[in-house]
Design a protein around this ligand. Structure first.
Ligand code: G3P
Ligand code: CA
Length: 326
């Protein structure tokens, strides 16, 4: 199974920074995961959402105070500062900060820029010249329908830059992922790069009000996904649900059914803090303390998953390697 460094080694560095991706590569991750949004001048940059006040110091920049806005994103009102209202040069004056300071501290706040996707691919090109097995990239299009609606679609720049950096064909070390459907189908029409349909435990794709993720996980739904994608990226609770007390329950049939449809399965997100771990794997009462992430991962490996997203490659890499030896 592959280990995808979720937003980089985001358990140890502010998410979506070159430092976070570099640390993940040092720790042995197979892929690094940038979530992608666009700037006003059409540049792909790594942020989990286009509203950037939770992960940058934008609110501390008086010169940008007037850019604060309220917008409707995927049907919800969101207030703050948005990447599409900043040129890349302006965005580069900001510095990243930790999204979860109560759990992960603030020691690295203020040190790192918001990286462009090109800078991330440059980093991979540099490290991969020294490696027999290249580290791959696992980009996610964030809010693709919204970005189309403001005239800044992901698809063209994403495919162009991947091609420019040599990511071509089904064996390329890349997976393109999305919670939405139409953009994956549009990419499939133009490219044979591997695609992953993300799914959450509730709701459905923001671009199709009639569709639910629950329906997409039925055998018929998975067969439909397999017509345009190579795998699914489900919330991990769709594979092993949590009981009322936070214990791991019995696995569902999702991995088996997805494999029967010819789809890979890469669940998210595996994190070492007690706050996130199942009850049996917590290492005490402090939510920021670290529990037994390897034990949780072990339970998932037994279901036959093909990979996983983790904020903590430091723990996830040896856990998966140990599981592979058994
Ligand atoms: O892309 C897999 C996982 O990252 C999905 O959740 O919200 O962290 O992007 P999110
Ligand atoms: Ca993601």
């Amino acid at each position: 199974p592959i280990i995808i460094a979720h937003r980089g080694a985001s358990g140890e560095r502010p998410e979506h920074t070159l430092a976070s991706y570099e640390l993940a590569i040092e720790q042995g991750a197979d892929f690094i995961e940038p979530d992608l949004v666009l700037t006003k001048d059409g540049v792909l940059v790594a942020r989990h959402e286009n509203e950037i006040s939770e992960t940058t110091d934008v609110a501390d920049h008086p010169e940008f105070a007037s850019r604060k806005a309220t917008k409707t994103i995927d049907g919800k009102a969101v207030s703050g500062w948005f990447t599409e209202d900043f040129t890349l040069a302006e965005l580069k004056t900001l510095r990243a900060k930790e999204r979860l300071p109560q759990l992960r501290g603030t020691a690295h706040d203020g040190q790192y820029e918001v990286p462009t996707f090109a800078e991330i691919l440059d980093l991979l090109a540099r490290v991969n010249t020294r490696r027999a097995h290249p580290v791959g990239v696992y980009p996610e299009t964030k809010h693709p329908t919204y970005f189309v609606s403001i005239g800044l679609p992901h698809e063209g720049p994403l495919l162009a830059i991947l091609d420019q950096y040599g990511y071509r064909g089904r064996a390329a070390p890349v997976f393109i992922q999305s919670f939405e459907v139409a953009n994956l189908k549009a990419i499939r029409a133009k490219s044979n790069l591997p695609l992953i349909q993300l799914m959450d435990g509730e709701g459905g794709p923001a671009d199709d009000a009639k569709q639910s993720y629950a329906a997409m996980t039925t055998p018929a739904g998975l067969k439909a996904v397999a017509a345009y994608a190579d795998g699914i990226g489900p919330n991990k609770t769709m594979i092993i649900p949590r009981g009322a007390l936070g214990t791991l329950g019995d696995p569902t049939h999702l991995v088996r059914d997805a494999h029967a449809a010819g789809l890979k399965v890469h669940p998210w997100t595996f994190r070492r803090e007690n706050y996130f771990l199942p009850l049996d794997d917590k290492g005490g009462l402090n939510p920021a303390g670290h529990g037994d992430l390897a034990a949780e991962i072990d339970m998932y490996l037994k279901t036959g998953i093909d990979g996983l997203f983790s904020d903590n490659p430091r723990e996830a890499v040896p856990a998966v390697q140990a599981g592979a030896k058994r």
